[in-house]
Write a new protein. Structure first.
Length: 194
């Protein structure tokens, strides 16, 4: 189809972009950036050791995937697939907000315990909601002002404040979600909530 519609095969090289850059909130990306900064401060090329960290994260992700393929119970196949995809997402040097969204239905299908797992999922989704709203807001070509940088900063701050207020609403006022953050008097139920 790429030949028929005339777009060519440039999209194939675009598939390598997520593995070639890093971002600070991806654990492997943060470690690579710290290693690069340390190397740069000593006068070395920081991109080389950072590349080693990124490649180590990718190799570890492949190892986790292989482990999930060949080890484990067959009655937990969906959980193993979910953990394999989570390893690929979490051990990459970049994590986009929608990568986490891909994991939510898979973890929901396999069961999430109504303890720290629900709270961790809620925190991660809230973080990416607030960060994605403010960081991915690239509206500067559409803003007709003299100072595009200031207008973009204002738009990002407004988006982040809106996202933060919505997150606080979900934690403290929404009747369906605020109970996630209340202390329960009884013991933690180990049975997954599906």
């Amino acid at each position: 189809m790429a030949l028929v519609n005339g777009f060519g095969f440039g999209w194939i090289s675009g598939l390598s972009a997520p593995g070639s850059i890093s971002i600070w909130y991806a654990p492997v990306g943060l470690i690579g950036m710290v290693v690069a900064s340390l190397a740069n401060s000593f006068g070395f090329d920081g991109s080389v050791p950072a590349g080693w960290v990124f490649n180590a994260g990718k190799l570890l992700a492949v190892a986790v995937v292989c482990w999930q393929i060949f080890r484990g119970d067959y009655d937990r196949l969906m959980r193993r697939l979910t953990l394999a995809l989570a390893a690929v997402v979490l051990l990459a040097p970049i994590i986009q907000a929608w990568y986490v969204v891909w994991l939510i239905p898979l973890f929901a299908v396999t069961g999430i315990r109504n303890d720290w797992q629900v709270k961790a999922l809620y925190f991660v989704v809230s973080f990416f909601m607030i960060y994605a709203i403010s960081d991915q807001l690239e509206v500067f070509p559409y803003l007709q002002t003299e100072d595009l940088g200031f207008a973009l900063a204002l738009a990002r701050v407004a988006a982040a404040v809106t996202g933060l207020l919505f997150g606080l609403y979900l934690i403290f006022w929404d009747p369906q979600t605020k109970r996630l953050f209340r202390k329960a008097g009884g013991p933690v139920v180990e049975r997954p909530v599906i």
